[in-house]
Design a protein around this ligand. Structure first.
Ligand SMILES: Nc1ncnc2c1ncn2[C@@H]1O[C@H](COP(=O)(O)OP(=O)(O)OP(=O)(O)O)[C@@H](O)[C@H]1O
Ligand SMILES: Cc1ncc(COP(=O)(O)O)c(N)n1
Length: 292
């Protein structure tokens, strides 16, 4: 897929010296349980050799049983975090997680525009359209979904919906692998450069085959389906591993393949925690031996 090699690599401000790693920014919510959101993103950036930075959008009260409360950070503070790190440190690639309201989305997009992050800037923007927790607790206001679709999608380099988000945004109920293509086309019509449809929520399928689409050609991303309930944070780990690869200069198809390999291993090494759903292991690369 030659057209998939045209992804811009983020430039931002160059690191201060040759030893500084590439930088990646997550614009996302916090998870007090440490499994999902910006916590998963930062661990993934670290595991992928990238300096991680954050613009916190919301604080969730969350554990392995679910989300019991959420406090939104004022939109201007979210935007100020983006501008602060981008103008000083520089951002080689950025990703979004929870963007809780239309006002937050608008503020983030304006800050990204000013800093050259997103579709027409030089820095890739990966948009994970998180709508709800894995237990179905909403993580955005009613007005945010339309703002995501109409304002944020056209500015994204890549969007990474799961099948629930595909249904919410397009009305398409994907029941098997053959329908991923139809979903990808419908999502691409909202204006992002690339769409990645994740197939974790097809439990009957013996494999987890995701689909990358650039508006013309589709690439399937095969992977095993592991038998575990502990998949909290899988979507965050996938999107941030892709973001880390983009920050390192990989073209899109390669970045997504690297991300798929990273998340498959993360699910394989997922671990139980608390009395609910445990996290995928975003630090599987660091064996217990290496820290003793
Ligand atoms: N049981 C599994 N075994 C292997 N890979 C999986 C499994 N479940 C999900 N994945 C992979 O993890 C990635 C995230 O997919 P998923 O569809 O679960 O996204 P998500 O719903 O955003 O994630 P989350 O579980 O964090 O809500 C995809 O690459 C998917 O194929
Ligand atoms: C702060 C935050 N961000 C994202 C998710 C989605 O992750 P999951 O779908 O695994 O619940 C979450 N639960 N919390």
């Amino acid at each position: 897929m030659s057209s998939m090699d045209s992804t811009p690599t983020g430039t931002g401000i160059r690191p201060a010296n040759d030893t500084a790693p590439p930088t990646a920014l997550t614009i996302a919510g916090s998870d007090s349980g440490g499994s999902a959101g910006m916590h998963a993103d930062l661990r993934t950036f670290f595991s992928c050799g990238v300096h991680g930075m954050t613009a916190v959008t919301a604080v969730t009260v969350q554990n392995t049983l679910g989300v019991s409360d959420m406090v939104e950070i004022p939109p201007e503070t979210v935007a100020a975090q983006v501008e602060s790190v981008a103008s000083d440190i520089g951002v080689h690639a950025a990703k979004t997680g929870v963007l809780p309201s239309a006002a937050c989305i608008e503020a983030v997009l304006a800050a990204c525009d000013r800093q050259g992050i997103g579709r027409d800037g030089r820095t890739p923007l990966v948009l994970d359209p998180v709508a709800a927790s894995r237990n179905g607790e909403p993580l955005l206001r009613a007005d945010a979904l339309a703002a995501l679709r109409d304002e944020a999608f056209p500015r994204a380099t890549l969007v990474t919906p799961n099948l629930d988000e595909v249904r919410l945004l397009t009305g398409i109920e994907v029941r098997d692998r053959d329908q991923l293509w139809e979903a990808a086309k419908a999502m691409h019509d909202f204006g992002p450069e690339y769409v990645l449809i994740k197939s974790g929520h097809l439990p009957e399928d013996p494999e987890c085959v995701d689909l990358l689409f650039d508006g013309r050609e589709a690439v399937t991303l095969p992977g095993p389906r592991y038998s575990t309930v502990h998949t909290h944070g899988a979507g965050d780990a996938f999107a941030s591993a892709i973001t880390a690869a983009l920050a390192r200069g990989a073209p899109m198809e390669r970045a997504v393949r690297l991300g798929k390999r990273f998340v498959s291993r993360s699910v394989r090494h997922a671990y139980p925690l608390g009395s609910g759903v445990g996290p995928v292991s975003t630090f599987w690369r660091i064996s217990s031996r290496s820290i003793q």
